[in-house]
Design a protein around this ligand. Structure first.
Ligand code: ADP
Length: 334
């Protein structure tokens, strides 16, 4: 019988990890099951950095960004020997099931533990929204709102000086954040890894706006394409005459995108996923991840999710096209 569940957050943090921890602990409590928080990702297993998640620990975490359990990247967990040791420690601590909150890498580690016999359920916490099989990951909505609000501010000054702003946002392998925030913030260009950038078209668009309509422009660049500085160099090389590009200002948003109080959407999503994860463990499920599909929660097998990437949905691509956002050309399969 499952009497104690462990929960940890691993890899890149995302806003909403705390509500997920809270929902795991509260749901477990409502079923008479204890929850142990493991600090510092997989590292905390080796150091025995365990914390009983009672009511006091939970009282103020819902609205806090980051993760109260802290996170890490743990080298030891990549080796089979390390994972065997981790499994032994978890068993000795009486942990009969584990909830892992994290991105692709953390969930890959979770699948190993499941394969070794530890019941594990994953919760996707990642601002990139690149987990295959879920419409949204915990943290994406907050990050997108942060980007949108910052771009709104940037646009105020851009308009006042008729400048072009290049804003670099997170998204290593996925253009979801860049494309959807280009839509919500009214940017003219999104440069995303899924589509091949068309520099001549971007320059034409910038010139038209700058010289003819006297308007400012905003370009949102996903970090996964290239760093902002390199992108500007590519524009300059193609432009030849750089008078237009002297007016381009660059903002790299960086880690502000990860922080901040989770939005209502992220809190609710995280709570729904935390509840589902605990119910699943109590029903003897393992090796799955909680997902959101067309508004409903669903468990999916980690084998069907890992090793694949989720990209912006066709409806979003179509919408961006209809809104006349320039986002490049389809990459033909080679
Ligand atoms: P994220 O979970 O945000 O994708 P990482 O890829 O850095 O972040 O993974 C976080 C941690 O998960 C790693 O430091 C490691 O402890 C564990 N992990 C990642 N990939 C694997 C793997 N292939 N095998 C075992 N553990 C892994």
């Amino acid at each position: 019988m499952l009497t104690t569940i462990g929960v940890l957050t691993s890899g890149g943090d995302s806003p909403g990890m705390n509500p997920a921890i809270l929902a795991v602990a509260r749901t477990a409590q409502s079923k008479g099951v204890h929850t142990v928080g493991i600090r510092n990702g997989y590292d905390g297993i080796f150091t025995g950095d365990f914390l009983r998640l009672g009511d006091r620990a939970m009282s103020t975490i819902l609205e806090r960004g980051g993760t109260i359990l802290q996170s890490s990247r743990c080298k030891k967990f990549y080796s089979e020997e390390g994972r065997e040791q981790a499994l032994k420690i978890l068993r000795e601590a009486g942990i009969g099931g584990l909830v892992v909150i994290g991105g692709d890498g953390s969930l890959t580690g979770a699948r190993f533990l499941h394969q070794m016999g530890m019941p594990v359920i994953g919760i996707p916490g990642s601002i990139d929204n690149d987990l295959y099989g879920s419409d949204m990951c915990v943290g994406v909505d907050t990050a997108a709102n942060t980007i949108m609000q910052l771009v709104d501010k940037i646009k105020d000054t851009a308009r006042s000086h008729r400048r072009c702003f290049l804003v670099e946002v997170m998204g290593r392998g996925s253009g979801y954040l860049a494309l959807t925030t280009a839509i919500s913030s009214g940017a003219q260009v999104a440069v995303i890894p899924e589509y091949r950038v068309n520099i001549p078209r971007i320059l034409h668009l910038l010139r038209e706006r700058y010289e003819k309509t006297k308007e400012s422009s905003t370009i949102i660049l996903a970090e996964g394409v290239c760093p902002a500085g390199e992108f500007i160099r590519r524009l300059e090389e193609e432009a030849g005459d750089s008078s237009l590009l002297q007016e381009v200002r660059t903002t790299v948003l960086g880690h502000v995108q990860r922080g901040g109080a989770p939005t209502h959407f992220d809190r609710l999503l995280a709570c729904r996923m935390g509840e589902l994860a605990v119910n699943a463990l109590l029903q003897g499920e393992s090796g799955s991840v909680t997902t959101l599909n067309k508004g409903r929660m669903a468990l999916k097998d980690l084998n069907d999710v890992l090793g694949r990437k989720r990209h912006p949905a066709p409806e979003i691509i179509r919408l961006a096209r209809h809104l006349q956002i320039e986002f490049g050309d389809v990459v033909e399969p080679s």
